[in-house]
Ligand binder design. Structure first.
Ligand SMILES: [Ca+2]
Ligand SMILES: [Ca+2]
Ligand SMILES: [Ca+2]
Ligand SMILES: [Ca+2]
Length: 321
């Protein structure tokens, strides 16, 4: 909500500015920069999300913040990726930032702590030098080359997340994976606010897509749009789709206790009818955003935005402007 208000504020301020200023020179539209709070900037590349943290924090605190974003301090796989990271950081005026490389466990043996390892190095001259005997964490240092430094020193940081936070695209529709557990009614409302519905699932392929995205986020179960709220035993999709495809788990739906009218996707890839007041993560499907002229915009998975309808992805919200 705050993020939406912020977007609204920006829009309002720019409208006021447009009204009070004399005939502004026509200007090319700036590229929309996805924002994540004010301290962190999200950038998307090849299906990954990079988080550029501007605040200066210790290496450990930086890693903690990256984990809060579903990722880790960045692993640099090769020169191409480094050029991208360093280039973006420069644009954002972020320098001396932490990366994931460290020799905290064994002096002189530099590793990344998590699954993604890489042998790529670009040490600055005479580095790493373990200066003073306790430099165990690695940062960008000078002209894009690396230095080992004291882990407790405060510097900006760059995280890498292995998917778009919250958003994924499949066959022209955008799916929003809401990580904050909500009751079914609140999830329905949230999806409506985004201009969509709790997702319908109309094929094995779509079912698999949602299942793998949910698994990738470590979910155990999640709301989908199927329900029999109106008429016991008569299941319908929240978005009004035809209900042809089903993927019930064994012995489901069972309307346990007479109170199960909402449907959850399960860790086994199958469905269960469940109690609507349960709080679960949820999946919304948004087919398109309306442009101001009333026509539909198309989702562009490389930018994470709708073409001609710039959107800002802020925390778990898509703000339309
Ligand atoms: Ca060291
Ligand atoms: Ca050093
Ligand atoms: Ca029921
Ligand atoms: Ca059940």
């Amino acid at each position: 909500m705050l993020n939406q208000l912020f977007c609204l504020l920006v829009l309002t301020v720019s409208l006021i500015a447009a009204e009070t200023e004399p005939e502004p020179e026509p200007e090319p539209e700036p590229e929309p920069i996805p924002i994540f709070g004010r301290e962190e900037v999200l950038q998307f590349r090849k299906g990954k999300t990079y988080v550029f943290g501007k605040n200066r924090v210790s290496w450990e605190e930086a890693e903690k913040r990256c984990q809060g974003r579903d990722g880790h301090l960045v692993t640099v796989r090769n020169e191409l990726e480094w050029n991208y990271i360093y280039g973006e950081a420069q644009k954002l005026r972020i320098s001396n930032f932490w990366i994931g490389l460290n020799d905290r466990k064994k002096e002189g043996t530099f590793v990344y702590d998590y699954y993604e390892q890489s042998a790529y190095r670009r040490w600055a001259k005479n580095e790493p030098n373990n200066y003073g005997g306790n430099e165990d964490c690695v940062q960008e240092w000078s002209n894009g080359f690396w230095n080992d430094n004291i882990c407790g020193n405060p510097y900006p940081y760059v995280c890498k997340v292995n998917h778009y936070i919250g958003l994924a695209e499949y066959r022209g529709a955008a799916y929003f994976f809401g990580n904050t557990p909500k009751t079914n009614a609140d999830a329905v409302m949230e999806c409506n606010e985004l201009g969509g519905h709790l997702t319908s699932v109309s094929s094995e392929a779509e079912s698999n897509f949602i299942y793998y995205e949910a698994q990738g986020r470590g979910w155990w179960s999640w709301w989908i749009g199927l329900n029999d709220k109106a008429n016991e035993g008569h299941f319908v999709w929240d978005d009004g789709s035809e209900h042809n495809f089903t993927k019930w788990s064994r012995n489901q739906p069972n309307n346990l206790g007479g109170y199960e009218h909402c449907v959850q996707g399960w860790f086994n890839g199958f469905w269960n009818d469940s109690f609507c007041e349960k709080r679960l993560p949820y999946v919304c499907k948004v087919i398109s955003f309306r442009r101001r002229d009333g026509s539909d915009s198309v989702f562009d998975s490389s930018s994470g935005c709708w073409i001609d309808a710039p959107c800002y992805i802020a925390k778990e919200k898509i703000c339309k402007v």
